[in-house]
Ligand binder design. Structure first.
Ligand code: ACO
Length: 495
């Protein structure tokens, strides 16, 4: 916490601290630095009298606020899970480089690592794997839930809703019903309740995703098989019809496992932050995961792999790449799959994805969009616009091509990102529930720039405010037919 000191400090201040002089008041404050971070609440002590004519909403006398649109430099939690050095292109889960894990580990082993902090022994892994797999079966009633969607529903819409629906089956897992300390006590019973939900959510993520897939294909649902790996079971649940001894292709099963592993976590991205923000109210984990799923779906985040393919299709062929690049530079188009908030060099996952793509293409054949993708990649990497802004391919640039080669429909790509990311969301959620000092609800501040206090104006005295952004938009009414519009009925004038 900052403490005001009017002396001309720096010399006497501890070295691990920041000395701030508030030129409005002449006061000097010393703010401790711990782990190369300062507390934002220290600024609350830096008060000043309101200037004549200054808006009261500035709350100057209540202390300085720290403004950070889009969380560019605000640490909201202390975490021991994932480390990223965006300048050096480094990604480590619990200290282990992603390249080593991708080569030697599996998605479920890495899930154990991310959630519990260390690599499991054989016995520990078998226990975890069997808990996850035995929790993969869904209640038969869920079939009706999936069938209630429209024929063309986006699978992310189904998956997001399905996670929230899943929570409705487990009233014993809901802090709103069982007490708000359900997950925060850290004793054996509380940990067991938490871990049971973790097994369920990871186990059922593939089942729910496969159900979203099958409903679109007009297929009946299948019970998760026994004896297959996590990704093997997922492929089986999507693809098995009535064949005997159906076994998914091992190259595709392995490739999907590697893709799952590298998508399992990425520290505080938009969706993970959403899970923590939602979870900070101590809501049940199913609702928090549903919120994360919704956040991931956006085209700036997990929806980018879908956007990359749509972009490549729109470019059409390598010869159209230069014109596309120019359109991006004129800000008429976005180069999806390029750029990252954290990585200012290549995303290390993109190299693993490229290698995995080669393995997959050997069995599936090359994707016809690959040449356009390569031409686009090479042109962007050489172009001054992208070099200056340190824009390089992110994981989504290549992953979509693999999913396409594997025969997944475009709108299923974000699902293939969300399913493995459930692991990372849960690791962060568990860590937050057990953090020292308990859970603090996430409640950011704002800089209020709206109207000052004003009195209600009777309708006959109001001045009409006009303008597209200031008034409700006119919309077409598709649901009401022309015939109904021409009919007479009671209350029509209110429509
Ligand atoms: N194409 C063209 N220009 C870009 C791109 C891009 N893909 N990404 C960033 N830029 C430009 C911006 O216009 C900006 O230029 P300016 O300084 O001249 O205004 C500059 O590079 C910095 O970009 P910001 O938008 O400030 O970077 P930010 O960190 O806010 O955004 C983001 C990161 C959202 C990922 C952005 O790079 C983007 O939109 N990329 C395309 C979508 C995408 O691939 N998302 C997937 C992210 S990875 C993941 O979620 C797994």
């Amino acid at each position: 916490m900052g403490r005001p000191t009017s002396s001309s400090l720096p010399e006497s201040a501890p070295q691990e601290s920041l000395t701030i002089r508030d030129n409005r008041t002449g006061k000097t404050y010393t703010v401790p630095i711990a782990d190369n971070a300062i507390s934002a609440t220290a600024f609350k002590t830096m008060t000043a009298p309101r200037k004549p004519g200054e808006r009261e909403e500035n709350e100057t006398e209540k202390g300085l606020r720290v403004q950070d649109k889009g969380f560019l430099n605000t640490a909201v939690i202390r975490s021991g899970i994932t480390y990223i050095d965006g300048d050096a292109g480094v990604l480590r889960y619990r200290g282990y480089p992603i390249e080593q894990l991708a080569l030697k580990s599996s998605h479920l082993e890495t899930a154990y690592l991310l959630i519990y902090g260390s690599l499991p022994t054989n016995e520990q892994f078998k226990f975890f794997e069997s808990e996850v797999m035995r929790h993969s079966v869904m209640h038969a009633d869920a079939e009706g839930f999936f069938r209630s969607f429209r024929y063309d529903a986006h699978p992310m819409s189904m998956l997001t809703s399905a996670f929230a629906m899943l929570g409705s089956y487990y009233s014993e897992a809901n802090p709103s019903l069982q007490g708000q300390r359900l997950y925060t006590q850290g004793n054996a019973a509380s940990l067991a309740t938490m871990d049971r939900q973790i097994y369920r959510l990871i186990g059922k993520a593939t089942t729910l995703a496969a159900m979203a897939y099958r409903v679109r294909q007009g297929r009946n649902f299948v019970t998760p098989p026994t004896g297959l790996s996590y990704t093997g079971s997922f492929l089986y649940q999507m693809d098995h019809l009535s064949e005997e001894n159906y076994t998914p292709n091992p190259v595709l099963e392995k490739a999907l496992d590697v893709l799952f592993l590298i998508h399992a976590d990425h520290e505080l991205n938009a969706s993970c932050t959403t899970v923590l923000q939602t979870g900070s109210s101590l809501v049940d984990p199913y609702s928090a995961i549903a919120a994360g799923c919704a956040s991931l779906y956006g085209p700036l985040h997990g929806g980018a792999n879908e956007a990359v393919i749509r972009m490549l299709i729109s470019i059409g062929s390598p010869q159209n790449v230069p014109a596309f690049i120019e359109a991006v530079k004129r800000r008429e188009k976005t180069l999806s799959g390029f750029g990252h908030r954290v990585y200012k060099t290549s995303d290390p996952r993109s190299f693993i994805v490229r290698k995995t793509a080669d393995e997959v293409f050997k069995v599936t054949g090359k994707d016809e969009l690959l040449e356009t993708a390569m031409a686009l990649h090479d042109a962007a990497m050489k172009d001054e616009y992208f070099i200056k802004r340190k824009l390089a391919p992110n994981v989504d640039f290549w992953s979509g091509l693999i999913y396409r080669a594997m025969g997944f429909p475009l709108d299923f790509f974000p699902v293939l990102f969300a399913v493995p990311r459930v692991v990372g969301w849960l690791a962060h959620w568990r860590q937050m529930m057990l953090q020292e000092g308990g859970v603090k609800i996430w409640r950011p501040r704002q800089v209020y720039v709206g109207a000052g206090k004003r009195d209600y104006v009777p309708v006959e005295e109001r001045e009409k405010v006009e303008g597209a952004k200031q008034t409700p938009s006119k919309v077409e009414h598709g649901g009401i037919t022309k015939r109904t519009m021409l009919a007479t009925f009671k209350g029509k004038s209110k429509l």
